[in-house]
Design a protein around this ligand. Structure first.
Ligand SMILES: Cc1ncc(COP(=O)(O)O)c(C=O)c1O
Length: 385
């Protein structure tokens, strides 16, 4: 079959399976709302968990300051060549200080961080153990890495320990990798238990806090702060593109690991550095979010009220965070539910396989601290009747 015929057929198949993706036509964002395909909707699909992306005074102040400096719109080369603007050093120092860790490293995105880290740190004599529901970027990192990998059942640390026992003495180094707040289920890793296992078996623990940063912990460092594990996790990664309302990602670690990554991590060596305008903005939002503890508490309270109302209606609503999924099972059901919510003025995107496991399609309600109960009060009835 000709190439073009084959990919046309594959696209038809995706349509039949209810997995076909299209880019939404987004013409405006108005505070809590977003205009999609001409319709004004309450945006419940954004990762701007603290509403910082909509903080117009902060943005206006930054643009004014930006006009008065030489912050360029490009870094024009890799950090290892001429792209290492002084703002990188300031941002990494701010991160290390905030976490009380030796060192930090900034990446172009969470995707870059996750596809680069495991391939850099591990080799064919090592083993990676990964939570079954880890994000696609972590899975891609494992596929690129030379080390073999195994997936333990989601948050099943008994299963993880079985794999650790089986693997003991057979590998040079074992890596455990997990998200802290799982992006599609909104449930939480037990970081204390993971640290205990890592210590018992001499493993190296990597925790992706993409959805925990800004939302958990007194200073917004994530679930590692709530769990009192900031010092004990080998590498904690976070993204700037979600609660921190910017672009890029970071990891905190010890100085030796930082030095090693700078020398071996292809997704930092072979890519153009972030533009200074973004680094300066990230410095600002990082400092701002660390003082937003009240907003974090309000957000988690709102999420718990919504979850309670949905569970009362007998719906399948896993998790324990600001990400509130409602599992429908079938793809078409999720799409129909999202359409019903959209008609009523709410944007909650359906999430389908392969993003989530087969038969676990869902809508994912993503809450933000600048929403009030009145904004979402109609949702439980719209979903559960
Ligand atoms: C758990 C997790 N890690 C990493 C990423 C990727 O981060 P970025 O959007 O900065 O590439 C995401 C994005 O959705 C994520 O959910």
């Amino acid at each position: 079959m000709q190439f073009y015929d084959r990919i046309r057929l594959e696209l038809d198949e995706l349509r039949t399976l209810g997995r076909y993706r299209v880019l939404p036509d987004i013409s405006a964002r108005n505070g809590k709302d977003i205009v999609v395909n001409g319709q004004n909707l309450l945006n419940l699909s954004s990762n701007d968990y603290l509403g910082l992306g909509d903080d117009k005074p902060m943005l206006a102040g930054y643009i004014q300051e930006f006009n008065a400096t030489d912050h360029a719109m490009t870094s024009s080369s890799s950090r290892l060549l001429t792209g290492n603007h002084p703002l990188y050093g300031q941002l990494e120092q701010a991160l290390a200080t905030l976490y009380g860790r030796e060192a930090a490293l900034v990446f172009n995105s969470g995707y870059h961080a996750n596809i680069g880290m495991l391939p850099a740190l591990s080799g064919r004599h090592d083993l990676v153990l990964s939570d079954r529901l880890n994000h696609a970027s972590i899975i891609d990192g494992m596929k690129i890495a030379e080390a073999p990998y195994q997936r333990y059942r989601h948050r099943d640390y008994g299963h993880l320990e079985e794999l650790l026992v089986e693997a003991a003495d057979r590998y040079r180094q074992i890596f455990i990798v997990t998200e802290s707040v799982f992006s599609m289920d909104g449930d939480l890793a037990d970081l204390a238990q993971l640290v205990a296992l890592k210590e018992k078996y001499g493993a190296f623990l990597i925790v992706d806090e993409a959805h925990g940063v800004g939302v958990f912990g007194e200073h917004g460092l994530g679930l590692c702060e709530t769990a009192g594990m900031v010092q004990k996790i080998d590498i904690i990664t976070g993204t700037f593109g979600k609660a921190l309302a910017s672009t890029g990602a970071y990891a905190v670690m010890n100085s030796l690991v930082r030095e090693y990554l700078l020398n071996t991590m292809r997704s930092i060596i072979f890519t153009t550095a972030l533009p200074p305008v973004i680094l300066g903005w990230s410095l600002l939002t990082l400092a701002r979010q660390s003082a937003m503890h009240h907003e974090r508490q309000e957000l988690l309270r709102l999420a718990s009220s919504l979850r309670h109302e949905l569970l009362e209606r007998g719906l399948d609503v896993p998790g324990d965070s600001h990400i509130v999924p409602v599992i429908t099972g079938g793809n078409n059901l999720a799409v129909a539910l999202a359409a019903r919510l959209r008609e009523a003025g709410f944007l909650c995107m359906p999430v389908r396989p392969p993003t989530v496991p087969e038969k676990s399609a869902r809508i994912r309600i993503s809450l933000r601290s600048n929403l009030q109960w009145d904004d979402i009060a109609r949702i439980p009835e719209l979903i559960g009747g």
